[in-house]
Design a protein around this ligand. Structure first.
Ligand code: TRP
Ligand code: SF4
Length: 332
């Protein structure tokens, strides 16, 4: 029987999603849901690998990341959302796969390496076994659902490569059982923060959240980084070093060229330019905010979506487990 392509992707529930997530992955998910059978994981177990000392934070964000996705138009009738901790097969596969990966290979994984360096405060001089091994857990996520396409950002490529290696090793030892997934790079690169920082993030205080109110957005845009050499309205500006123009490119696309030209010629004031951006952002986020309000008012429904999806997802994970156990001579 020919097996169809299937998508799996996921997020660590560690915070609310911002417009970096929106342009980087969520919009893409909305598009892909019509093209492929799609599974989206709320990766609470993975989130604990670097938040084991803060389980409240992970729990609080499980429904938040789900609501973020529902409100941008990912349709639970098309996509199966599930909660990682409620699929014990993933944990079981993680243990089986851990024999197929060496410690030094994990230590060389560029994504893991970078993250460990960033988390000195949590890990001190020695990283936990769980965090070092999270790529194995992620390989279990992907293969449990027999997924072949994994939409991710560039930073995740080494994890997909590691998963492919595990699959090849498994198949070569235990016989052809698992399929090798491919990464699907979302076309948009990382979105910069309001302060011009390469990265948008909560700790940096430079993010626009999908759940921000109109007032919050206005306040944030008003304080965004502009061309610092511009003092008067008729000074010639440089939109290339201005975050307001950077965001106009994302939110006011059709007028972007015009905005830059006016800025360069000193025909556009920064305050008006910002006000226009606030309007554009609110035009895009307004409908998202409306939908979110509906889900905020119906928390039972949100939970139901997750629970129903999880039951459905588990059926597939169980099937994989049966095949894996057979291959590994664990089929009692
Ligand atoms: N590691 C991913 C991230 O930090 C989240 C994730 C968990 C994931 N499991 C996954 C992504 C499986 C793709 C497939 O963004
Ligand atoms: Fe930036 Fe607009 Fe001011 Fe130009 S006019 S510097 S694009 S805010």
């Amino acid at each position: 029987m020919e097996r169809k392509d299937r998508i799996l992707t996921g997020d660590r529930p560690t915070g609310k999603m911002h417009i970096g997530h929106y342009f980087g992955s969520l919009k893409n998910r909305v598009k892909l849901q019509d093209e492929y059978e799609t599974y989206i994981e709320v990766a609470d177990v993975q989130a604990l690998t670097d938040n084991f000392n803060n389980p409240e934070k992970v729990q609080r964000n499980v429904l938040e990341v789900l609501k973020d996705q529902l409100s941008v138009g990912i349709n639970p009738e098309k996509v199966t959302f599930f909660l990682q901790s409620m699929i014990p097969e993933i944990a079981e596969l993680t243990v089986f796969y851990s024999n197929l990966v060496t410690i030094s290979r994990l230590q060389r994984n560029p994504t893991v390496k970078t993250e460990i360096a960033q988390k000195k405060e949590l890990f001190g001089e020695s990283v936990t076994y769980g965090f070092l091994g999270y790529p194995v857990n992620q390989a279990a996520d992907i293969t449990a659902f027999d997924a072949t396409i994994v939409p991710v950002g560039e930073d995740q490529l080494p994890l997909i490569e590691q998963c492919r290696e595990i699959v090849r090793k498994f198949n070569s030892i235990y016989g052809e059982t698992l399929r090798e997934p491919k990464a699907y790079l979302s076309q948009n690169k990382r979105i910069k923060g309001l302060d011009g920082n390469e990265k948008m993030g909560k700790s940096l205080g430079n993010a626009i959240y999908l759940s921000d109110s109109e007032e919050e957005i206005a306040k944030k845009v008003m304080s965004a980084l502009t061309d610092p050499n511009r003092i008067r309205k008729d000074d010639f500006g440089n939109p290339d070093i201005c975050m307001v123009s950077y965001y106009h490119k994302l939110f006011t696309q059709s007028e972007y060229e015009n905005i830059c030209e006016e800025c360069r010629k000193g025909k556009r004031g920064c305050v008006d330019c910002k006000k226009q951006l606030i309007k554009s952002i609110n035009a895009e986020l307004g409908p998202i905010r409306e939908k979110r309000k509906y889900y905020d008012e119906n928390p039972k429904l949100v939970k139901e979506i997750l629970m129903e999806g999880t039951s459905k997802a588990r059926i597939i994970a169980k099937e994989t487990m049966k095949n894996v156990k057979e291959a590994m001579k664990l089929n009692y």
